[in-house]
Structures are given as structure tokens and as C-alpha cells.
Design a protein around this ligand. Structure first.
Ligand code: UD1
Ligand code: CA
Length: 470
């Protein structure tokens, strides 16, 4: 059975964090997650992650994720090189001796399904004991160089061990390999740290396999980014930009219009329907799914949010929310978890909605809080309505029937029901249910005191005049 070993022992000192390097994020997902997902997409179901620096964090991450692969970890307690890291997984490999082993670097997030599958196909067809995934790059500095022969490769030379001639080679080792598992186990124990860095180099397996009469080959990946990693924060930002623009590129081909891509960040799991327009400064993350013909205007941050078709969102922050078709929301609106805005509704400025349903065609135009509420269709909210859902201990629900009219500055003290087509007068604090078709009003009678304000003003002006004289 084919399996994968992911090398993930690195600290990333120059990142200046106590996180293991593989848990640093690219487009909101740890680099390790990108690598595991690439394996899963290529159908590799068994993965062993070699952890090292802050290994518990790596362990906690992989045991907490939901994916199709079975991911285990082994510890490399001393960092003695890539060959040594693979030795830590020897027992894992012994249990899977009949197949091939893919080796990947956990800090090179752009490995892809085509490269994994394509290199495996070549590996099997050529009958190789090892197939190295290579990449032709303009700046090969720092990478191991591939030494080609007439019918394969004779080895990989690390930058620090290169002759001047070898240093000019532009075909580099991506750090990704397919090994025949049994052949790999046969040479791992023979690795020696005889090199400039005094490390056990995994790359030395190639000459060892060749010396046993086995075959070594190379697969040149079409993915120019396959070997890219990051050593510092600038490098990590560069990876983020590559990923970010890569996702935008894909959506452009799919018919999504971007008016300006500045500040636009779209997660890899997001889905967008054709004809949707996205403006600058928009972040779509998690399992957000947007329908067709929508406009997502500047300032929108949507996480795990489902949006229907032909909906317009302007400066909306939404988390775990749902918005149906032909809805207009914004500017400056927050949709908190479990909010559901139905078709044709309109939500205006400075509105917060939480754990509530807003019915079809309902308008919540300004300065309103709707929490823990079930609001019917074609309801009209005046300005400044508040559902009073919390008594300091418990939360309660508010129910509003279809066609109701909630006057400005109404407080709806939950638990409470406003009936179908009922009204609440402006400024009313509703503390008990309003029957269908009724008006709730709780106001004292207004009294006007004639001349009061004029007298006040006169007294004040006289006082100021006295002070000036004195
Ligand atoms: C390695 C390759 C080099 C290749 C490059 C691609 C060797 C000897 N060299 O070099 O040919 O071009 O990758 O990026 O393999 N790791 C451990 N434990 C260790 C050492 C490394 O887990 O003891 C992990 C790192 O965290 C990283 C990966 O292995 O994920 C590669 O290690 P790194 O130090 O980056 O290897 P390079 O020296 O860059
Ligand atoms: Ca490296």
C-alpha cells in the first residue's frame, strides 16, 4: 500500500514564534494542511508526520483535523537531517513494505495532486527504486542540484557540497520523492553524516540505491512553485501572495469579476457562482459559498457563510450565517452565527443579527439589534429596534409575525411575541405578547409647558452678562 512521510521537524527560527514552522498559515490554513490535502487529493490514505520542534502542537493539529487520510505522527527528538527524520518512521514503513512511499516537506505547501500522481506513474513505469520530483528554476541557490545521466540520475548534490560547475545546474531537488518502500528501508541504515553539514542526508539514498544496481529517476514537475518554502516572515508573506493570486486566477477563469484585487483573499475551500463581482478588500474564508450574480462590495468578511444568487453585500461581516437570493445588506452590518436572512430581505446600516431568522421581504433598515428571534415575512423595522434577549442569566426568543410593523426605538423584551400584522408604537417597551392586528403602545401623555425653554434661555443669558461685568 502506498503511503506518505511528511517531514515536519522544523522550527523556523527566523519566524520568531514558538509555533512549529509547518503550522504557520498560508491563506488561513497551516502549511502542513496544504501538504496533507495534496496527498488526500492524490488518493494517499496513510500519512506519517515526523514532528520535532514543539511536536505536541503538530500532534494536536493532526489529531484534531477531519480528513480522509489516517494521519499518525512520530517524533524526531534531535534534528540530524532529512535522512535521520525518515529513519524515525522506519517502523511505520516496515508495516507497509509492499508499496511505495512518498516523502514530502511539510513546509513546502504548493505540492499538488498532478505532481504526486504524475511522478508515481513514472516511478512505477520506469521500475525505479527512487524517483525525485525536480523543478527547473532560475534561482537554484540553496537547493540540492540534480545530476542527470543518460538514462536517469546519478545523485543530488547539496548547495554546500557543490563544485562550481554543479552550482550552475538549474534543475533542483524539490524535496519530494517516491521510494520503493522496501528499497528505502534497505539503505536508510547505511546513511552516514559525511558532508559539509554533518547531517544524515536523505538524498544520499540515491547513490546507495544505484550502488545496489537499482534504478533512480527524476520527474520534472510543471508546477514552478512545488519546492517553495519560507524561511522568514517575508518569505511566508510571499507564499501567501502566491496562493492568494493563484486562487483569484482560478476564479477569473470561472467567470468571476474582480474590480480590483487589492486586499482580496479567498480561501481554497470557498465556492463562487459565475457572474458574481468582487470588489477590493474582501475576505472570504472557510466553507463560504456564494451564488451567481452577486456583488460582494469592499469591506466584506465572510466566513463559513452561504449566500444565494443576485444578493448584494456591502461592508458585511458574517460568520456561520446564511443569506438567500435577492437580498441587500449593508453597509456596516454584522451577521453572527446562525443568522438566516431569507429572499428579498433588506438589512441596512449598523444592524447586528444573531441566531435569528429574518423572513422574506422583511426590512431592517437602520441601527437595530435582532438576537434569538424568528421574524416573519414583510415585517418592517423602524430605526433603533432592540430585541432584549438576555436577562443577565438566560437568553430568550422573540417572535414577530408576518406583516408586522415595529416602530422606531421599540424594545422587545423576550420572551415575547408580536402577532401577525400587529404594530408597536415608536418608543414602546413591549413586555407581553401583542395579539394579531393590535397596536402595542406604552407612552405617558405628552405635556407641553408653555414658555419654559424661553425662560431658561433668558436666565442663562442674564447670568453670562453679569459675569462679564464683574
Ligand atoms: C532539502 C534537500 C535538498 C532540497 C531541499 C528542498 C536534503 C539533504 N536536502 O534541503 O536537496 O533541494 O530540501 O527544499 O534532504 N527536517 C526534519 N528533520 C531534520 C531536517 C529536516 O524534519 O532533521 C524537515 C524540515 O523541517 C523540512 C524538510 O525536512 O520540512 C527539509 O529540510 P530542510 O532543512 O529545509 O532541507 P534543506 O537543507 O533545505
Ligand atoms: Ca528547505
Amino acid at each position: 500500500m502506498d503511503n506518505c512521510i511528511i517531514l515536519a521537524g522544523g522550527q523556523g527560527k527566523r519566524m520568531k514564534t514558538n509555533k512549529p514552522k509547518v503550522l504557520l498559515e498560508v491563506l488561513g490554513e497551516p502549511m502542513l494542511e496544504w501538504v496533507i490535502k495534496a496527498c488526500e487529493s492524490a488518493g494517499i490514505g496513510n500519512i506519517c508526520v515526523v514532528k520535532g520542534y514543539e511536536g505536541e502542537q503538530v500532534e494536536a493539529y493532526v489529531s484534531g483535523r477531519n480528513g480522509s487520510a489516517d494521519v499518525q505522527t512520530v517524533l524526531q527528538s534531535e534534528r540530524l537531517g532529512t535522512g535521520h527524520a525518515v529513519m524515525m518512521a522506519a517502523d511505520y514503513l516496515k508495516e507497509r513494505i509492499g508499496g511505495n512511499t512518498l516523502i514530502l516537506c511539510g513546509d513546502a505547501p504548493f505540492i499538488d495532486r498532478e505532481t504526486i500522481s504524475g511522478s508515481l506513474a513514472l516511478h512505477k513505469k520506469a521500475g525505479n527504486a527512487v524517483t525525485v520530483v525536480t523543478s527547473e528554476i532560475d534561482e537554484p541557490k540553496g537547493y540540492g542540484r540534480i545530476i542527470r545521466t543518460a538514462d536517469g540520475i546519478s545523485g543530488i548534490v547539496e548547495e554546500k557540497d557543490c563544485t562550481d560547475e554543479q552550482r550552475k545546474i538549474k534543475e533542483i531537488n524539490s524535496g519530494c520523492y517516491w521510494f520503493d518502500t522496501k528499497a528505502l528501508l534497505g539503505v536508510l541504515g547505511e546513511l552516514k553524516p559525511n558532508n559539509a553539514q554533518k547531517e544524515y542526508y536523505l538524498t544520499d539514498c540515491i547513490s546507495l540505491l544505484l550502488s545496489k544496481g537499482l534504478k533512480a529517476g527524476a520527474f520534472t514537475s510543471e508546477n514552478k512553485n512545488v519546492s517553495l518554502g519560507a524561511n522568514d516572515r517575508k518569505g511566508l508573506l510571499a507564499l501567501n501572495d502566491i496562493a492568494r493570486l493563484g486562487v483569484i486566477d482560478k476564479w477569473l477563469d470561472f467567470g468571476i469579476e474582480f474590480t480590483c484585487t487589492d486586499g482580496v483573499s479567498i480561501g481554497t475551500q470557498v465556492e463562487i457562482g459565475a457572474g458574481t463581482v468582487i470588489d477590493s478588500n474582501v475576505k472570504l474564508s472557510g466553507k463560504t459559498k456564494i451564488g451567481e450574480g452577486c456583488r460582494i462590495m469592499s469591506g466584506c468578511l465572510l466566513n463559513n457563510t452561504i449566500v444565494g444568487n443576485n444578493t448584494v453585500l456591502n461592508f458585511v461581516q458574517a460568520n456561520d450565517a446564511r443569506v438567500d437570493d435577492n437580498v441587500k445588506i449593508g453597509p456596516w452590518v454584522q451577521l453572527r452565527p446562525d443568522s438566516h436572512v431569507l429572499s428579498g430581505a433588506k438589512i441596512g446600516d449598523f444592524v447586528e443579527i444573531k441566531n435569528s431568522t429574518i423572513g422574506e421581504g422583511t426590512a431592517v433598515a437602520h441601527l437595530t439589534y435582532v438576537g434569538d428571534s424568528d421574524v416573519g415575512s414583510n415585517v418592517n423595522f423602524g430605526c433603533g429596534v432592540v430585541t432584549v434577549n438576555f436577562d443577565g442569566e438566560k437568553k430568550f426568543r422573540t417572535t414577530i409575525g408576518d406583516n408586522a410593523f415595529i416602530g422606531c426605538n421599540t424594545n422587545l423584551v423576550a420572551p415575547v411575541k408580536v402577532g401577525t400584522s400587529a404594530y408597536t408604537a415608536a418608543g414602546t417597551t413591549v413586555t407581553h405578547d401583542v395579539p394579531d392586528g393590535a397596536l402595542a403602545i406604552d407612552r405617558g401623555k405628552q405635556a407641553n409647558i408653555e414658555g419654559y425653554a424661553t425662560r431658561k434661555l433668558k436666565a442663562r443669558n442674564e447670568k453670562i452678562a453679569m459675569q462679564k461685568k464683574a
